[in-house]
Design a protein around this ligand. Sequence first.
Ligand SMILES: Cc1cc2nc3c(=O)[nH]c(=O)nc-3n(C[C@H](O)[C@H](O)[C@H](O)COP(=O)(O)OP(=O)(O)OC[C@H]3O[C@@H](n4cnc5c(N)ncnc54)[C@H](O)[C@@H]3O)c2cc1C
Length: 475
Amino acid sequence: MDRYERVPIEEESREERVKKFALIDQPYTLEEAMIEGQRCLECAMPYCIQGCPITQDCRGYNVLVGQGKFDEAARLTLRDNPLATVLCKTCYHFCEDDCIMTGRGVPIAIRHLKRAALEFGKSDLLYVPSKRKDERVAVIGAGPAGLMAAWDLAVRGHSVTVFENEPFLGGQINTIPRYHLDPDDLDTDLARWRNLDITYVVGKRAGTDYTPKSLLEEGYEAVLVSIGASKARELGIPGENLPGVYHALPFLLAMNKRPEGLFGRTNRRIVVIGAGDVALDAARSARRLSGGGDVQLVYRRGPEDMKATEEEKMGGRIEGVQYVFFRSPKEILGTDHVEGLVVERTEHGPLDAKGRRTLVTVPNSEETIECDMVIVAVGEVADVSGFDPDYGFKFASMGWPEGTREGWMTDVEGVFATGGRSVVHAMGAGERAAAAIDAYLAKKHGRAPEPRPDPFGGPNPPELPSGYGGPTWTP
Ligand SMILES: Cc1cc2nc3c(=O)[nH]c(=O)nc-3n(C[C@H](O)[C@H](O)[C@H](O)COP(=O)(O)OP(=O)(O)OC[C@H]3O[C@@H](n4cnc5c(N)ncnc54)[C@H](O)[C@@H]3O)c2cc1C
């Protein structure tokens, strides 16, 4: 096999994909994984590790898989990544974007090798807490940012309580379609956490049942707000409240958890409004919901402005989603149910002060797209209603609250906030917030801050797996 060619990743055919709601990517066989792992150049300056928001030692597990040392590869993967079963199928693999082989051919299939490490190696390991500390920490929001922070703090020996509004853990991971992620993958990861001192309180909303300040008053010494951005941005056009109009996150959650409710109507003609990854997930799910029906993705700009990743755009094309560019939604038609979407044509106008192309609507260019379902996917913002304005949150461009001071602290002493734009970014943000909280508590109690110990109770710094020379570069 040519070192510059990737071992192909088998995928379901287009015809099969839209018939079922199941994983598209097929795993490598053990032999295929070893051949792909052997393509890794073991760079002295591993851009893959630097490009990963949780600085996973991906070079390490590539090499170990290439040597057939799957147990060691699984342990190394899980050492830095407590949600590895989720990430080995869903990560946008920034490591691969930065892999040096990208410039010489095709990057190493790092995400797929992570999956092989877990599937062929011993991955039912258990995390252990280090020496217990007496401080209690509260985490609000059980998405990947909050879960990663809880894991990191618990491994450091803190007692952590995670408060979650929904009756389930995982945040937006629950909306990731099943053609990307198996429904029990998050549980597989969380099963490794069972010896850590983490208590989950689900079905309780911050801002209604408690606030960060009330938790401080109850004796928690630090509170992390990691509530993500899950309140739908609205289009603000007539007809948006008609039956048959969905916002993308409730639609995708229903597809994963309660699809019966959505299958009540024929739904053969579905329009999705938006052009990001969430819009593509909604459109690709809609193709499955409608049994291969007519699904149009309406976007007010052109293809070059779409925010979705290449993988999602390509997936949509392969699965038959029709892209309708330069159309701006004006009104949703219908009396007791959606019947159509009125759009206006748009075109590029002059450049604005920042040099960006403006968009203008073309006069008298209205047209109606007939449809029986509309899914709105134009972004989300955090819902901080009921939170005290004193926190002084700033909001990231993608909508979640962040701390205003250095180290993710808000204007209120002991209250921190963070979030992220992908699962691994959210985990990286949670990991850094946890380190900041640990440093804050160490200072408060007169201790020196320490690095996170080996989560399997091994020596600190952790010993390198046998057969792998280990990084020559330290994150
Ligand atoms: C449809 C979809 C598909 C995606 N696909 C991928 C993918 O394939 N790969 C990838 O890397 N990323 C993907 N993402 C992005 C990724 O899921 C998010 O970036 C990530 O989940 C954000 O993590 P977070 O912890 O900051 O917030 P969230 O995941 O939003 O978690 C926040 C949690 O806080 C809870 N909460 C909110 N308000 C309150 C409150 N007042 N009180 C208590 N709890 C509260 C919420 O219920 C939620 O559980 C996808 C996102 C969506 C929506």
